[in-house]
Ligand binder design. Sequence first.
Ligand code: ZN
Length: 254
Amino acid sequence: MKLGYPNHPRRDLTQEIAWIGRNGFDFIDLFLEPDLGESRDVVPENIRDSMSEFGLDGVGHLAWYLPIGSPIRELREGAVAASKRYLALFAACGIKKVTIHAHWPPSMFSVEEGIEFQTKSLKALLEWCSANAMTLMYEPVGDSREDRSTLEHLFNLNPELAFHLDIGHFNLNGRNPGDFAEAFRDRLVHVHLHDNDGNRDLHLPMGAGKIDWKAFLPRLKAVYDGTITIEVFSAEREYALHTQRRLKEVWNTL
Ligand SMILES: [Zn+2]
């Protein structure tokens, strides 16, 4: 298991990398998005140098609000064009695995149409990733349409798409994240870890919400031992470091 932490895209990236490196993380979950991580301002050489100064590996994270599943074709095409620009920047930073988020159309469109819109965008991006030796990871966002059969259908339509399990997102809408870790174990390549109350996507420290970690973590470790980002967004970062320490302690006893 390798532990990472994301930079806040509205804070100075060099300082964020230094904080992540000094606090014992193995990698940065690099959020390249506005405002301070906007594509036109990103200098990949500087990011690479800072990461190597602190011995950090990296995974990439596209903005969560890219409209890849919009019913409006022009918006989807814009999302694909923007994603390709950012994917090229991640590649220039030496990063090989990048997250893209699910995006669902308004409820007047069917689940099937939501899959179709997203698949159009994902196909274009997967082609780019395949030509550039990169892995695209799909992160469901906690939408009620993301049940097992819908995700199976979407993954079957996109054989090269990897699965990103965001534990907090899969604790919403009455679901259990352990079920999804097991169901999609063959595609699982990255994890985001945070807690919530089952109703809202709160990004709380582990143990501050209602996830049954004693039951969940053994299920996760039985199918996965890769990169995990502590996606705790409390303003006081000591909470994220507490999760980092506790997770290591618990994981080592499993
Ligand atoms: Zn996440």
